[in-house]
Design a protein around this ligand. Structure first.
Ligand code: SF4
Length: 257
């Protein structure tokens, strides 16, 4: 017993301070892309768009935009551009309420708007979610699962994943929604009592990810059910998911720093 207590004292508190403090992200983390429009040459062969595996880059009249909902943050566009137009920041706050807000032109985007007051009052200090893996590769599921560990301690915010959709306030969907999972998703959505919220986590759940356009995939959750929160990434970093959910619940209102 004494050794357990001594180990507890030695390890100290392992839970990240976020949102009270800024988190430390790994060196390899790629966050919000930076687009330096002054360097972009309309006459170039749009090498960035040509290498993008998910068609996330749109070039229109020399103006470049990245669809963060499609982006898998592979970095190929930054490597391909000789002029250094695209680079990646360490900004992990990427979630948005609408697909349109995920079209990133290099300007600072809007952060997640909270649910309306009526919905927030109804939820109170608790949010129960049923996770639906609709054909995902398990990467988004793993980074969602890790939120329940001591490092992120999702339970301290009153957010928990539950086994039954009938006990849930909403769904968190991962995967592109394969044809085989479409009916299961529709039935799970129908089983959640009204009013309910839906979160699409990861490039697949937002737009199909690497499977976009495949005949066996539905190109994302919002082709089947209405979505209230989109969380980009492949997979999204746990802090990106946490930040999106806390902003949706109105628990964080601060701007980007
Ligand atoms: S980082 Fe995103 S935009 Fe760039 S090539 Fe990869 S998927 Fe496309």
């Amino acid at each position: 017993m004494f050794s357990i207590l001594a180990e507890r004292v030695r390890q100290k508190n392992r839970t990240v301070a976020y949102p009270a403090g800024e988190p430390v992200l790994p060196d390899r983390f790629r966050g919000l892309p930076r687009i330096d429009a002054t360097k972009c040459r309309a006459a170039c062969t749009t090498s960035c768009a040509a290498v993008c595996p998910t068609g996330a880059i749109q070039v229109n009249k020399g103006r470049l935009a990245i669809d963060l909902g499609r982006c898998i943050f592979c970095g190929a566009c930054a490597d391909a551009c000789e002029d250094g137009v695209i680079s990646f920041s360490r900004e992990f706050r990427l979630a948005a309420r609408t697909r349109k807000e995920l079209i990133h032109t290099g300007r600072e985007g809007t952060l997640v708007r909270a649910l309306d007051l009526k919905m927030r009052r109804l939820l109170g200090r608790s949010l129960k979610l049923r996770q639906v893996s609709a054909g995902g590769c398990n990467a988004c599921e793993a980074d969602t699962n890790v939120l329940a560990t001591v490092v992120f301690d999702l339970g301290r915010f009153g957010i928990q994943f539950v086994a039954s959709p009938r006990h849930a306030d909403g769904l968190l969907i991962t995967g592109p929604v394969t044809r085989n999972m479409r009916l299961a998703l529709e039935k799970t959505y129908a089983a959640v009592p009204e009013p309910k919220i839906v979160i699409a986590a990861g490039a697949c759940a937002i737009a199909g990810g690497p499977y976009i356009g495949h005949p066996e995939a539905c190109d994302g959750a919002d082709s089947v059910v209405p979505v209230d929160l989109y969380i980009p990434g492949c997979p999204p970093h746990p802090l990106t998911i946490l930040d999106g959910m806390l902003r949706l619940l109105g628990r964080i209102e601060a701007k980007r720093v």
